[in-house]
Design a protein around this ligand. Sequence first.
Ligand code: KIV
Length: 296
Amino acid sequence: MSTQAPPAPTVGDRKKTTTLSLRRKKQGGQVISMLTAYDYPTALAMDQAGVDVILVGDSLGMVVLGYPNTLSVTMEDMLHHCKAVARGAQYALLVGDMPFMSYQVTPQEALRNAGRFLQEAGMDAVKLEGGSQRLEAISAIISAGIPVMGHLGLTPQSIHQLGGYRPQARNGNAAQRLLEEALMLQEAGCFSLVLESIPSRLAEYISKRLEIPTIGIGAGPGCDGQVLVTHDLLGLFERFTPRFVKKYAHLHTEMARAFSTYIAEVEAHAFPAQEHTVDMPDNEWQTFLEKIRDKG
Ligand code: KIV
């Protein structure tokens, strides 16, 4: 039997990203790009732009559904949005984020829920938060052939335990624990690891120690890849902006401008104009008038 991995499936002349191609990018020193998406048009646009990985993050709860944190997000919410993203993206590796309480109770429940992301919602992999306490769940999921992305550092589903959205692993002991957890996740078979809001020099050290690619958010340039929440990047989420976000657009302001212009034009009878209306030939209009006159 050949030990060579089969080639990645091709779509046109661009290849679909796989867990294997991500590993190869790391080995070749190429940086990985990842973004979040929650709907069809956004997934379509970022897939066409060439992003490597699309994460349907449970940040959905905050930036789309308006909850104060991610804890209220359900499996049904996640599957609904994953399905929309899967319809829009052909090339990126699609990762579904397992919501709070979908993987913490038993490894069996974790496996059952992880399976739904692939079987029902068109995802290629799942992500879940946490280290040593999640090893059994991670092993159960991986043993069924489902790729798992880990997530360490600031893990928003533990917001109440962490005491707020604050940087993690800033002292020597915590940094050593985080490195050990990263090695455990690699050993358990995770194909990649998100490092959120940890010191840049620690993220760089861990990235060099691991064979699997790290994807950083607020973890500096030394990671193997970067991820941002798309609503932050686009300037669509104005409630707060973490220090590590760079805004590449200001769409909230742009949307507000478009909505007020629309309202003003409707009130001024400037919209709809002639070009936005449907014509009816004069003879047909005459026929209509005669018909209603005949009917009295
Ligand atoms: O839910 C999410 O969007 C995430 C990213 C911030 C990594 O977990």
